[in-house]
Design a protein around this ligand. Structure first.
Ligand code: PLP
Length: 401
């Protein structure tokens, strides 16, 4: 039996809370929220914290070495994206990249209209809401039952006052891939508007070079979604794109993002980029296996959207998603109700926009995989999910059917 910790304010807590959990190894299927750090990235972080920790702005040798590490990471990231290293700006994560691209576009284009989509991440939607409250005009594209926008709708919304079109490559809740990004970029440019792509949920899963080749102006990725640490990201800015920084201060990042660089984080994502991750094929096998096995055992499930390997949004009929996620956690499977940034009991704005039927919308749960997910875990997870669903349904029979 595990002993519960005795709380003593004078002594720090010396207790392993994980031993309270009554299952051996939980199966982590919440990789769209964040991923386990890559082993080599983790070693690189420690090295940068313990040995090469100097400020890269330092004029001494140690400062030069830290600067060299950043340059190397910039080169590795640019190879990963298929762009020039001068087009890479390190940020604190995707939220900062998105906000910077939006702010820069309205300031440089001197126009008041922005187009995005109803299913975007809250980093985009709340930034646009704030701008709307301050006099900007925001248009959001609607989506169909699969979560895709229609290019004709973009044609109808865009005008000469449009400063920016900002869209995600794939949705974080459902994995739906927007297939007509190339046409959207062409339309934006026809109206002298800039184009930003939130590529957070495709980085490491699909190749990014095809997006760069579409001549997009900005692209954002986040370190912690591809086995890097939290608090670091990359903003790609196409050369010669008019740009104004959002974070102003020192001259770091060539004047495009002030503040002492997060050297350990930057080096870590450089290490990951060098491995050129794209686990599309391996994860896709697990993805298919999961859907086939689950649909066989619970024929009433539906899959909401889909496209990115490893992101599966399952609609369970007549259960509540919070109950499912909490009970799944107790049973040893970590999943999610949707976006990590949109906590609360409000139904998902993404599923609502996709008009997911009412009997499924409150019972939709996201399972997301990574390069560390194994076939054995998928087999086990499906069994646990089926039992959990059946247990919850037994409790509610006669109340909801
Ligand atoms: N965009 C998408 C599609 C995301 O999934 C996320 C994180 O969940 C973000 C942006 C924000 O990323 P970060 O946590 O790096 O700020």
């Amino acid at each position: 039996m595990n002993k519960l910790p005795i709380i003593n304010a004078e002594k720090p807590l010396d207790f392993d809370f994980t031993s309270l959990l009554n299952f051996a190894a939980p199966i982590y299927l919440d990789n769209n929220a964040t991923t386990k750090i890559d082993d080599d990235a983790s070693s690189a972080i420690l090295k940068m914290l313990e040995i090469d920790y100097a400020n890269p702005s330092g004029m001494h040798k140690a400062g030069r070495i830290a600067q060299e590490y950043i340059s190397k990471a910039r080169l590795d990231i640019s190879n990963f994206l298929g762009c020039l290293s001068s087009e890479i700006v390190f940020t604190s994560g995707a939220t900062e990249g998105i906000v910077t691209a939006i702010n820069s576009s309205i300031n440089t284009q001197k126009k008041k209209h922005i187009i995005s989509c109803v299913t975007e991440h809250s980093a985009t939607l709340n930034t646009l809401k704030h701008l709307e409250e301050n006099g900007y005009i925001i248009s959001l594209l609607e989506v169909d039952r699969n979560g895709c926008f229609k290019i004709d709708d973009l044609n109808k919304l865009i005008n000469d006052n449009t400063a920016l079109v900002t869209l995600m490559a794939a949705n974080n809740e459902t994995g739906t891939i927007h297939k007509n990004i190339d046409s959207a970029v062409a339309i934006a440019h026809k109206y002298n508007a800039l184009f930003h792509l939130d590529a957070v949920q495709v980085a490491g899963k699909l190749h990014l070079k095809p997006y760069i080749d579409m001549s997009i102006d900005f692209l954002t990725i986040s370190g912690h979604k591809l086995h890097g640490p939290k608090g670091v990201g990359v903003l790609y800015i196409k050369n010669n794109t008019p740009f104004q920084p959002t974070i102003i201060g020192g001259s770091q990042e060539n004047g495009r993002r002030a503040g002492t660089e997060n050297v350990p984080g930057i080096v870590a994502i450089g290490v990951i980029a060098k491995k050129n991750p794209c686990f599309r094929d391996t994860v896709y096998k697990l993805h298919e296996k999961f859907i086939t096995a689950l649909s066989l055992k619970i024929p009433s499930v539906i899959i909401n959207g889909g496209g990115v390997p490893g992101t599966i949004n399952v609609g369970f009929k007549y259960v509540h998603r919070e109950a499912m996620v909490v009970k799944l956690s107790l049973n040893g499977v970590y999943a999610s109700v949707g976006s990590a940034c949109a906590k609360g009991i409000e139904s998902s704005h993404v599923l609502k926009a996709m008009k997911v039927p009412q009997e499924y919308i409150n019972g939709s749960v996201r399972f997301s995989m990574s390069k560390y997910t194994t076939e054995e875990e998928i087999d086990k997870a499906v069994g646990i999910i089926v039992n959990t669903y059946n247990d919850i349904r037994k409790l509610s029979i006669g109340i909801i059917s």
